[in-house]
Design a protein around this ligand. Sequence first.
Ligand SMILES: O=P(O)(O)OC[C@H]1O[C@H](O[C@H]2O[C@H](CO)[C@@H](O)[C@H](O)[C@H]2O)[C@H](O)[C@@H](O)[C@@H]1O
Length: 246
Amino acid sequence: MNLLEQLGQDSALFLDFDGTLVDIAPTPDAVVVPPGLIDALGELHERLGGALAVISGRPIEQIDAFLHPLRLPAAGVHGVERRRSDGGVEVVDAAVPDRVRQAAEELAARHAGLQLEIKRGSIALHYRGAPELEALCVAAMQAAVDASPGLILLRGKMVAEAKPADASKGRAIEAFLGEAPFRDRRPVFIGDDVTDEVGFSAVQRSGGLGIKVGEGASVARHRLPSAAAVREQLVRMARTTRTSLT
Ligand SMILES: O=P(O)(O)OC[C@H]1O[C@H](O[C@H]2O[C@H](CO)[C@@H](O)[C@H](O)[C@H]2O)[C@H](O)[C@@H](O)[C@@H]1O
């Protein structure tokens, strides 16, 4: 898949963060933003008339910190938060009930390899440091979520996350597509995880392009092999002359 051939001035580009722009790391705070990526994203954002957004499971605040000084339009916490192109922020109003937090905290307190992320509107229990505990983590989080109307359990890469059913990456992308400068553009979404599948469906329903990074079943009709390949193409696109995005 050659992105350069697919992306035109009438495109809107939506990018997942972990596993797509940066390589997966042992813990959430250990990811590294490689040199050149921030400049490339800034350049592409400008060339696409502002129609470039990060669509992440992380809070927007974290995305801003990793991409500093760039502040892109963004959806965070799988669509719970969304910063529009004009800078305004919308939040899906949903508090995670205490029972979910307690279930996750109890497990994390008992097992050193587990890591908890408390976000606005979600709780993520990471088991990358103790993969043998996957079944235990998923069962405990699922039971807590089943007892909490309005929540669903999202299974990501070595993580089980309780989040509002009303928020998703797909809905966030659709909301962007209803607004300037994304409106009336052909959407392209690049992501690597099962949590990105609803985003692929959203762009493909709008006549756009879903691009899955790496292996695994996907509804996306296109593939790139790795986050390194995504970065290489983004940097290359940013370096080419302005006339290439036509
Ligand atoms: O939607 P994304 O931008 O891909 O974010 C998904 C989750 O990414 C982070 O967790 C994942 O990446 C970590 C760093 O590589 C890794 O240690 C962890 O196992 C992965 O699940 C982030 O911590 C989560 O909050 C995001 O939801």
